[in-house]
Design a protein around this ligand. Sequence first.
Ligand SMILES: Nc1nc2c(c(=O)[nH]1)N[C@H]1C(S)=C(S)[C@@H](COP(=O)(O)OP(=O)(O)OC[C@H]3O[C@@H](n4cnc5c(=O)[nH]c(N)nc54)[C@H](O)[C@@H]3O)O[C@H]1N2
Ligand SMILES: Nc1nc2c(c(=O)[nH]1)N[C@H]1C(S)=C(S)[C@@H](COP(=O)(O)OP(=O)(O)OC[C@H]3O[C@@H](n4cnc5c(=O)[nH]c(N)nc54)[C@H](O)[C@@H]3O)O[C@H]1N2
Ligand code: SF4
Ligand SMILES: [Mo]
Length: 736
Amino acid sequence: MSRTAYRTCPLCEALCGLELTLDDDRVTRVRGDAADPFSRGFICPKGASLGRLDGDPDRLAEPLVRAGDQHEPAGWDTAFATVAERLHAIVDRYGKDAVAIYIGNPTAHSIAGPLYGAAVIKALGTRNIYSASTADQMPKHVSSGYLFGDPLVIPVPDLDRTDHLLMLGANPLESNGSLASAPDFPGRLKAIRKRGGRVVVIDPRRTRTAALADHHVFIRPGTDAYLLFALVHTLFAEDLTTTGEYELNGLDDLRALALHFPPERVAEITGIDAGTIRGLARDLAAAERAAVYGRIGTCTQAFGTLNSWLVDVLNVLTGNLDRPGGAMFARPAHLPAYRRRRPFVTGRWRSRVRDLPEANGELPVATLADEIETPGDGQIRALITIGGNPVLSAPNGTRLDRALAGLEFMVSVDPYLNETTRHADVILPPPRPAQTPHYDVALLGFTVRNYVRYSDPAVPLPDGRPAEWEILARLAMIASGQDGDPAALDELVIGATLAKAVATSGSPVHGREPAELRKMLDDRAGPEARLDMMLRLGPYGDGFGADPDGLTLARLRAEHPHGLDLGPLEPRLHEVLCTASGRIELCPPAFAADADRLRAGLDAPTGDGLVLIGRRHLRSNNSWLHNVPELVGGSNTCTLQLNPADADRLGVGPGDTVRVVSRAGALEAVAEPTDTVMAGVVSMPHGWGHDLPGTRTQVAREHAGGNVNAITDETEIDPLSGNAVFNGVPVTVEAL
Ligand SMILES: Nc1nc2c(c(=O)[nH]1)N[C@H]1C(S)=C(S)[C@@H](COP(=O)(O)OP(=O)(O)OC[C@H]3O[C@@H](n4cnc5c(=O)[nH]c(N)nc54)[C@H](O)[C@@H]3O)O[C@H]1N2
Ligand SMILES: Nc1nc2c(c(=O)[nH]1)N[C@H]1C(S)=C(S)[C@@H](COP(=O)(O)OP(=O)(O)OC[C@H]3O[C@@H](n4cnc5c(=O)[nH]c(N)nc54)[C@H](O)[C@@H]3O)O[C@H]1N2
Ligand code: SF4
Ligand SMILES: [Mo]
């Protein structure tokens, strides 16, 4: 008998609603959920193939435990017992810092990752905390931490109301958007143009997004900070700033810094002439409602934090921050509006080998291999990975691959035996997406409309099969030395949160009795009670009865199974701003100091060698969707794109095999000359290289491609955030 179930797509940040058709417990069809008020039926090829991913025969159904070179199936109790025994032995012998953790991208799309990953980290008590964030958006966290006081307070472009969108280093037509959750991002961009607005794209490639825009400007990779400073310079020089509405510090310091970057000075290094730069600044200032948006192309650079900062500086200087049609802050339903003020700092601890500062509670993944390979006190001996594949995603992943082989113990929470997890002694697979409830704890803070949705599992879990939250909770219990009921962890969190809420003035439950509130919560064990609590304390919540019409988890499930639209974004800077001064810190001293490093580059000669950048394809998702037959092949191929002029010079034709060499390593790739890439630049997607021994991903192996992170350089980072540098890597290319 076939039936229908509804849920949010867990694959990317667009948060589309899906309508699943199920035959027994098998997903046989996936369509867009037309009743979802946010995505309104939009779906992409990845979402449409969720059924194939869900039913992938290579997906692990039970734990694997290593025996010699092989991975053998094991029961859950045996698997957890092995983890407990081995981890405890390592901690006893070498101390807590000998165990590292790496958390990957899919954990940001689950309930389990945000709510229980943190518990594992806390229980481990290690300084060796790593994640995909330092290969992605850490510069934005550091920027927001200093500017607004909270690394998670990140403005998003108000796509549906803006008249002018200036986009750098983002290609939402392929990626469907990031740090700006907007189902049907392409449709929303087209709508800007339809209502007479302008879309401007800055990218070293003429992407599909650039092709849709009114104006595309090529930029030499890694030089956005020069362009952005020149835009700031022009706004000041031509008296185009309007900051009267904001309470801020640092305006004069910023103006003084920008004096060093007049458009003429940055024209050569960026490859953009001064007239074009002035035009970009004037158009931005002239627009009634404008937003500047920078994404991964601007983060994974040597000046990633300066870029992330200057993007928001432009939003402030043009009066567009926190204003409809500008760059605004979403209001997630599960986070309380009241906040504590705790000054944001980085460098609360430093990495052992390279002395790199912690940022937002993490050390850079670019130094993970150093910490594993370098002997001495504090050396990493064991690693826990949760939903990550750093062998393919971290800079110089090939070195990391060798380092992982030298660990004494590794455990991975992952549904696949892949390039990274093949090194694990124990693999603990989470259930299928169809068996997993969904709520975007991490991503609902970055939506372009206020919105909330909870999805029940479409298929119940068989008895004895732990949910991902239970797997993580058990790991947390093991790490903290107790092996009891995972639900006890939730009670600890609930107790602490309620105790704080009743003691906080401004909270809807101020002065009430925690025990009485606890009794009112969802009676399902695990994350549901916590989510219910978070929603009820949140800005739309029922305040545990204080507002009878407010949200509870029960109401969200019963009355809004397709999600609930909570309206357009509203100004809320006063709620989120939490710097020590209570003002926007427009020119943090650490950033001003890094601008000196940027200045030094102005006088360095512009090299004429090739530089490497990345790219994304619509039917890919980092490293782990290449095992779905519908998604590989066709246009989704792992080629080295280069400009035809460079190809001619090198004697390379379409389909030729070339050798690409960098400081870090070398690889062979198939050349694809295309004038969509600017001269001097080569581009290769990441997440490929599926031909390593010992993996169990049949389809991916047949479409192996090459691992671009064999040649990205782990010694180059953005020093303020520790973020990896994937764009602007110097390489040489030769025909084979
Ligand atoms: N289909 C698909 N969707 C995805 C993913 C995927 O792998 N595939 N991954 C998901 C993840 S984890 C993320 S973080 C998001 C990322 O989402 P986006 O940020 O939109 O990512 P990209 O599509 O890689 O776009 C980055 C753009 O930056 C450009 N670029 C490279 N170097 C520079 C530079 O120096 N300056 C400027 N201005 N531009 C530069 C590249 O040419 C590219 O077009 O996508 C998510 N969605
Ligand atoms: N050269 C280059 N490198 C890059 C980038 C780039 O643009 N260029 N982009 C970077 C970015 S933005 C990111 S986010 C990182 C991604 O880096 P990672 O997160 O390390 O890599 P992914 O490929 O996303 O790996 C996801 C892993 O999670 C597993 N998984 C899938 N679903 C689940 C689940 O429900 N639960 C659990 N526990 N595991 C699951 C998959 O099997 C896979 O092993 O890559 C970065 N690397
Ligand atoms: S755009 Fe993203 S969220 Fe929407 S269907 Fe595609 S993968 Fe899923
Ligand atoms: Mo990412």
